[in-house]
Design a protein around this ligand. Structure first.
Ligand code: HEM
Length: 152
């Protein structure tokens, strides 16, 4: 029963983190359109990006707590299995990359567009960095799902 409860909460984490992540990508898409059009509205999208990031952060915490519940329910047996160890390392990379790459890059975008005349070339470089960041984050999530489903 404990395992099923953990799995249920794990699925809630998928909804929280997945919803926040897709929402964030959609808001970011609008942000780049507004930046390219030199629209002052771009600034108004920054608080929305903070909210979507909060959903992702809460999702990550819920993943961790529910994962620990499931591990406890199987007497930590998965800790000795390579698929789980790799999954856990990949999982840790998500918040670390978020803190080291994603967040600082968005802060740089924010400080650029808060200036009266911003440099489009600097912002386009930041856009490429964010695109690469998202691509790698989604690839890590795909690898986690493959590992957990096929247990290879
Ligand atoms: C991005 C993060 C994560 C994703 C996308 C994810 C995804 C999943 C999915 C889809 C399942 C269901 C697999 C199934 O029932 O066949 C699962 C199970 C599980 N997850 Fe996660 N998970 C994540 C993070 C974590 C973390 C951080 C932990 C540990 C602290 C963890 C521990 C577990 C355990 C123990 C199971 C049960 C495996 C089984 O009994 O088949 N997960 N995960």
């Amino acid at each position: 029963m404990l395992h099923q409860l953990g799995l249920f909460i794990h699925m809630v984490a998928i909804i929280l983190a997945g919803g926040g992540s897709i929402g964030g990508v959609l808001v970011e898409k609008q942000l780049w359109i507004k930046i390219k059009n030199h629209s002052a509205d771009a600034r108004t999208l920054l608080p929305l990006l903070k909210s979507t990031a909060s959903f992702i952060q809460i999702g990550i915490i819920v993943f961790l707590i529910s994962g620990l519940i499931m591990l406890y329910s199987v007497n930590w047996a998965y800790l000795s299995q390579p698929w789980f160890v790799i999954k856990f390392i990949l999982f840790l990379m998500l918040p670390i990359r978020g803190a080291v790459i994603g967040r600082p890059t968005l802060v740089q975008v924010g400080s650029q567009i808060n200036q009266d005349s911003y440099s489009l070339s600097v912002l386009m470089k930041l856009k490429s960095k964010m695109d690469r960041f998202h691509f790698i984050q989604y690839s890590i999530i795909a690898m986690i799902l493959i590992l957990v489903i096929f247990k290879i």
